[in-house]
Design a protein. Structure first.
Length: 312
């Protein structure tokens, strides 16, 4: 924890991203939003609690994944009708066997109109095996799933996104992906500043660094000069709360929500409850929390957005 414990004056305000639903069902927490109306209401509540960004997956009324991009567009409209939070849909993990540019096409279609243009989309800079280990049963599941992201397709995707006004978040599941991000920056393929998320994995998911301080530090050790990076941490299938203070003190940003982990040890919290807890920890650390407009500036999106997308 020591390496992360280096609170510096003048660091950026904290950007909190609410990861509200992913493809989670409601058995572990009944507050997972599914319908466009529920997602928009949850986004508004998270914004009021202190989040600057909302990440969501479109869902059917029964919770099944909703692949129709028109529904995603409707959700973006619904969110923007009620709040200024930055919107960040998925890039289609369910379509992981398609080439990346095909996965990107629905985002490009949404980006054609300012009303539905996402503020941010994610890009995984590696090809993780989507497998889980159940230590109690000593059994693997998902052993045949790979999220395929070849580097040449990633570069084509980055270049395509540059002209759309959609911000890019680089997801790093392991140190090899962090090294790839640094190499693409060195090759002037990724422009500064780079929005970077360390994608830790817990709950038996094997592809990421574990959801521990050491899991974060291994990435940070490779980035001694963090000036170009606006780095955040998320923990798929694990709690972010034990890590939050160290990340906040080190200048990182926090991404969490009941889409990643149900937080049953807290009862049945809402996404807004979790955001409020991160705000409380940040204030106890003496760090302010960014509004969506401030997040846009910190992430270097302002020139893109104001030039191409006069969203009020
Ligand atoms: Zn997601």
């Amino acid at each position: 924890m020591d390496k992360l414990n280096m609170n510096k004056p003048g660091m950026d305000k904290l950007i909190i991203s609410a990861r509200i639903n992913e493809y989670e069902m409601r058995d572990g927490n009944p507050n997972v939003p599914w319908s466009p109306g529920e997602i928009a209401a949850d986004a508004k509540a998270c914004r009021e609690a202190g989040a600057a960004i909302v990440h969501f997956h479109a869902r059917k009324p029964d919770g099944a994944p909703e692949p129709d991009p028109r529904v995603c567009g409707q959700i973006i409209r619904n969110i923007r009708d009620s709040t200024d939070i930055l919107v960040y849909p998925t890039l289609g993990v369910l379509a992981r066997k398609l080439p990346i540019l095909q996965r990107l096409q629905p985002v490009l279609d949404l980006a054609a109109s300012p009303a539905t243009r996402p503020d941010i989309v994610p890009l995984c800079l590696s090809s993780p095996n989507w497998d889980f280990y159940d230590a109690d049963r000593q059994a693997l599941r998902g052993a045949d799933h790979v999220y395929l992201n070849p580097t040449d397709e990633l570069i084509a995707c980055i270049e395509t996104l540059r002209s759309t006004g959609v911000g890019l978040e680089c997801l790093s599941w392991e140190i090899g992906a962090t090294r790839r991000i640094a190499a693409l920056r060195d090759a002037a393929i990724l422009p500064d500043p780079i929005m970077l998320a360390f994608h830790l994995t817990s709950g038996g998911m094997l592809a990421g660094h574990p959801g521990t301080a050491e899991g974060v530090e291994t990435h940070l050790d490779f980035l001694p000069d963090r000036g170009p990076y606006r780095w955040a941490v998320m923990n798929l299938h694990g709690s972010m709360l034990p890590l939050a203070e160290a990340i906040i003190r080190a200048g990182g940003h926090v991404q969490l929500g009941i889409g990643d982990y149900h937080y049953r040890e807290l009862g049945a919290p809402t996404n807004a409850d979790l955001v409020r807890e991160i705000v409380r920890i940040a204030h106890a650390c003496g760090r302010e929390v960014a509004t969506p407009d401030e997040a846009r500036r910190i992430l270097g999106f302002s020139s893109i957005s104001t030039a191409k997308d006069p969203i009020a």
